[in-house]
Write a protein that binds this ligand. Structure first.
Ligand code: SF4
Length: 554
């Protein structure tokens, strides 16, 4: 443990020097990367060796995740780790010994859904050890710990140690968690108050314990590369954000930007490929900011991952326009495995609103990125996040945004109505948009989105494409995605179990019944198995596919 501590001290010393711009020598940088990687390896090996797995034998767990792909990826990794310790996922209707709820706090509605989910899990699993983590847990630990039945609340820093907390609990079931040990980011709780008069229930309830560091002290990085329920793997490459857009609470919930080394991520991608993973989605909070901890760059990461044999496809979940460099776009256009698929948050098409949001670009920069992508990858699918009704968005600003989006060659709009978040700088902007106007604006943008997506799909009908198919129950249609993220549907009569997780050449047909996919036929279907290929090392830069994907999950 002493040597681990020493490695950790060296690691943080190098991080401090790097942030002060004092790591100029390549030799020192290399040493820094070596210690960072060593720290990553030692932490995980030592922690695993220290855990008493016998405490977990025969236990069952249930998991509930709210929010983004990053949360789903992390929950899945926790599930995998517990499974390795001997914990079985409870069957439907079976009462579990452990409940893990990974929360989100992106809007007020999300907060409400988290509380509902916690109540439901507690009700359905009486006597279970209930742990709540994630963004809502970080932002409102006292409130979450006060919910009846919650045992432990872990903030963004502490969730990396979830397994140790559980191991301690099950190894020493009589050692109750001590509310006096609460770690509180707000430092305003009386920790002796471990009994809460709950007005709603009119009886005394025991309070859970929370372990939540202040935002500035969130330093841990919980690695995660998980297989989703479907074909894709989700590789967490970065966490936290330094941008502090005025409407957003994520930096408070997740801490500052941090990342592991490229070497450790390449190892995880190799592991995913060894398990049969063909597609990996790179996830994070602000992934273009990759490198804050290690002095490396996101483009370097993309280049390194592109070389990993066995992974046929990568997708970048979402990247800020100012961090989507021209170099990165050019590299993706030429790369072996990075798909012609981008997801770029615009938030507003009005420069005045972008300024109020403290976004780090203007309309002109955004338009340039779209033009460059389309010039180099004409069939690229481009999803765009837009927030409507934020403070300061006057009717004129919204019309400017609408016109800008109408003229942009993008494929799909992800429209989010603005939600007021306590503690954010946006609350100081006096102009407020009514709920009625927010709804109308959302509706108009969603209609525009459907038009754009349908036009994109329609342009590709009749073309050939390579699809990565996903598992489907026998007798049901199979679904999959083209390289440029068009969702396709293979009728049950043509679907075969052996197509699952395989790259298959298809012909793109008409829309399916609800326009959520294009119907396809496997090329050379007389002997369909011949089309099941495993072109992991092929270069697929030829201009394949492209069809409109109406409602894909980007
Ligand atoms: S870039 Fe802005 S919106 Fe995105 S997580 Fe960071 S602060 Fe929030």
């Amino acid at each position: 443990m002493l040597s681990l501590r020493l490695i950790e001290i060296l690691h943080y010393l190098y991080v401090a020097l790097l942030h002060e711009g004092r790591l100029h020598s390549e030799k020192i940088k290399k040493r820094f990367l070596f210690f960072t990687h060593l720290h990553y390896l030692c932490t995980h090996i030592i922690i695993r060796c220290m855990i008493d797995t016998s405490a977990f034998q025969g236990k069952t767990a249930v998991y509930y995740t709210l929010g983004c792909k990053l949360n789903f990826s992390e929950t899945s990794t926790f599930g995998k780790m517990l499974q390795e310790m001997g914990v079985r996922t409870a069957e439907k209707g079976e009462q579990a010994d452990i409940c893990l709820i990974n929360t989100c706090s992106v809007t007020e509605v999300a907060d409400h859904k988290c509380r509902q989910a916690i109540h439901r899990m507690v009700r359905q699993n009486p006597g279970a050890f209930v742990v709540v983590t994630g963004c809502y847990a970080q932002l409102e630990p006292e409130r979450v710990a006060g919910i009846e039945g919650v045992d432990l609340v872990l903030g963004s820093n502490e969730k990396a140690y979830l397994i140790q907390y559980l191991s301690d609990r099950f190894s020493n079931p009589n050692d109750n968690l001590n509310p006096n040990d609460n770690l509180n980011p707000n430092d305003n709780l009386n920790p002796n108050d471990n009994v809460n008069d709950d007005d709603n229930h009119n009886h005394k309830v025991k309070r859970g314990v929370y372990k939540v560091e202040k935002t500035k002290d969130i330093k841990s990085f919980a690695p995660s590369c998980s297989r989703g329920n479907r074909t894709r793997y989700f590789l967490k490459v970065q966490d936290g954000c330094d941008y502090f857009c005025t409407y957003c609470t994520i930096p408070y919930a997740r801490g500052f930007s941090r990342n592991p080394t490229i070497a450790s991520l390449v190892e995880q991608a190799q592991q995913a490929a060894a398990e049969g993973g063909k597609e990996i989605v790179l996830t994070g909070v602000n992934i273009g900011d990759f490198g804050k901890t290690t002095g490396e760059s996101f483009t370097d990461l993309v280049k390194a991952l592109d070389k990993v044999e066995g992974v046929s496809r990568y997708r970048i979940s979402s990247i800020e326009p100012d961090l989507l460099t021209d170099e990165l776009i050019s590299y993706c256009a030429e790369s072996r495995a990075f798909m012609p698929h981008f997801h770029i948050p615009l938030q507003s098409g009005s420069d005045e609103v972008l300024r109020l949001m403290h976004r780090r670009y203007d309309k002109a920069l955004f338009a340039h990125k779209i033009e460059l992508i389309k010039a180099l990858m004409p069939d690229a699918f481009i999803g765009v996040d837009v927030m409507v009704g934020c403070r300061g968005e006057t009717p004129e600003c919204f019309e400017e945004c609408y016109d800008f989006l109408m003229g942009l060659d993008v494929t799909q709009l992800h429209v989010f109505p603005y939600s007021e978040r306590p503690g954010t700088a946006a609350l100081r902007i006096p102009y407020v948009v009514s709920e009625k106007d927010k709804k109308e604006r959302s509706h108009r943008l969603l209609e525009l989105s459907d038009e754009k997506t349908q036009a994109f799909y329609a342009r590709h009908i009749g073309q050939e494409a390579e699809v990565l198919f996903e598992k489907a129950p026998r007798g049901k249609a199979m679904h999959g995605f083209t390289r440029n993220y068009i969702r396709v549907e293979l009728p049950p009569t043509e679907a075969k179990p052996e197509y699952d997780n395989q790259l298959i050449s298809v012909s793109l047909g008409e829309f399916n019944f609800d326009k959520s996919a294009l119907k396809v036929h496997v090329n050379g279907n007389d002997n369909a198995n011949d089309n099941v290929n495993d072109n992991d090392n092929d270069n697929h830069n030829d201009n394949l596919n492209a069809n409109p994907n109406l409602k894909p999950e980007t």
